[in-house]
Design a protein around this ligand. Structure first.
Ligand code: ZN
Length: 415
């Protein structure tokens, strides 16, 4: 396959891309080699595939069942999910998860990290998701995080369920330290999963300080543990909303620890601005972590959707460019340079968090996976939330968009 007239960020002239056996063979201007199918990108922007680094596929598409979340709080969401969870079957989880992966694939996502609730004695959702991971492998590479929604020390046999999840084949271990009954349990839960991850060669991705409580300081614990294990590149701190409420003196000290630890951050801007700040009157906090400051400190930060129509969030449709668009507003990353760099937050930064850099990116020798976006620049792709006209994975077209036409009537200027 050959793709001609490609605009590649950082490359001044248009390039052609030659793909052979599912791998990028050459990326350069005016390639004369032709093999098989040719797509003319007509000067459009080429991007590596989008990555969804934080989503809950086991809960997706359950919004309104058994009830809609009336308060819009994280806490009501957890209560509703606890009720819905009692009715889960493997088939139910598989059908919703596969439907949600398809939504993501249609929007250019080819890598997904999903959290799966393991505070269930039967681990129904996890058993289902390990099957989904295989079923969808032509559309995306999936990582599964064992996520203890109701806690590890605060839930009966919480530690045993995490160990069982490891045996069932998860890729990463999670925790929810701010949700445990008390601070000591939260600290202990992090020590427990970091050791379990180390012993089993797994990644770590913690729901960390997802609360507007400025006293919620589990991020420092996670970072300190990552420093002592020397595994910061394998550790992700998701949400860290409380950091948006920390005082500046403490944050200054914390930043130094985070830089030493070298962990990745996932912020879910649409979800957090929706769920957080609910207990505030006015001023009402945005509930996001300090995205702009973390980036300025040289830390790896990416954006994620978190939910698609579940007890926590009634919206969502797999359109992660839309999440980026809103994230730039909410985190005030709207300088021209910030917008021009922003695609990294749903592509290369996320790939780094997932530890997939060896098989990700527009480089000869890597799997030929890319998007042709309907825009001539990153700026316009983000501004217009341009759909991927083609999503190509390992040299195969897996999804296409035919954009709707908008037509102004000829006499609308009154001529
Ligand atoms: Zn989450």
């Amino acid at each position: 396959m050959k793709i001609t007239n490609c605009r590649i960020p950082g490359t001044p002239e248009l390039c052609d891309i030659l793909i052979e056996n599912g791998v990028f063979k050459k990326i350069a201007p005016n390639l004369t080699d032709v093999s098989g199918q040719t797509i003319d990108a007509e000067g459009r922007l080429i991007s590596p595939p989008f990555v969804e680094p934080h989503i809950h596929l086991d809960a997706a598409l359950t919004a309104g069942d058994p009830e809609w979340n009336a308060s819009g709080t994280l806490f009501e969401g957890i209560e509703l999910w606890a009720r819905r969870k009692t009715t889960l079957s493997e088939q139910d989880v598989i059908e919703r998860a596969v439907a949600t992966v398809k939504m993501c694939a249609l929007n250019g996502i080819q890598f997904i990290r999903t959290h799966v609730d393991v505070t269930d004695p039967d681990l129904v959702a996890l058993r289902a998701m390990t099957q989904v991971r295989t079923m969808v492998r032509d559309l995306c590479e999936m990582q599964i995080v064992a996520f203890p929604q109701d806690g590890i020390l605060s839930f009966p046999n919480g530690r045993g369920l995490m160990e069982e999840a490891v045996k069932l084949g998860v890729d990463a271990l999670g925790a929810i330290p701010h949700g445990e009954f008390m601070r000591d349990y939260g600290v202990e839960s992090l020590k427990f999963i970091m050791k379990l991850a180390e012993d089993n060669g797994l990644l770590v991705d913690v729901h960390c300080d997802e609360i507007d409580d400025e006293q919620s300081r589990f991020l420092e614990v996670l970072a300190a543990l990552a420093i002592s294990y020397g595994n910061g590149r394998k550790v992700t701190a998701s949400h860290t909303c409380a950091m948006g409420s920390y005082n500046d003196a403490y944050t200054y000290k914390l930043m130094g620890v985070l830089q030493k630890a070298g962990l990745s951050f996932v912020s879910c801007p649409t979800e957090s601005i929706h769920l957080q700040g609910r207990m505030d009157t006015y001023p009402k906090r945005r509930g996001l972590t300090r995205v702009k400051e973390l980036l300025a400190a040289g830390l790896n930060v990416c954006f994620a959707q978190d939910s698609i129509m579940d007890p926590w969030y009634p919206m969502g449709n797999g359109h992660i460019l839309n999440v980026l668009f809103h994230g730039l507003h909410i985190a005030q990353l709207t300088g021209r340079g910030e917008i021009d760099r922003s695609l990294e937050m749903i592509t290369t930064n996320s790939a780094k968090a997932l530890g997939i850099e060896d098989r990700y990116g527009l480089e000869p020798g890597k799997p030929a996976s890319l998007l042709i976006l309907d825009a001539d620049s990153v700026y316009n792709a983000v501004r217009c939330q341009s759909p991927p006209l083609y999503s190509i994975r390992n040299g195969e077209i897996i999804a296409r968009t035919e954009p709707a036409k908008k037509i102004l009537a000829a006499d609308s200027l009154g001529g």
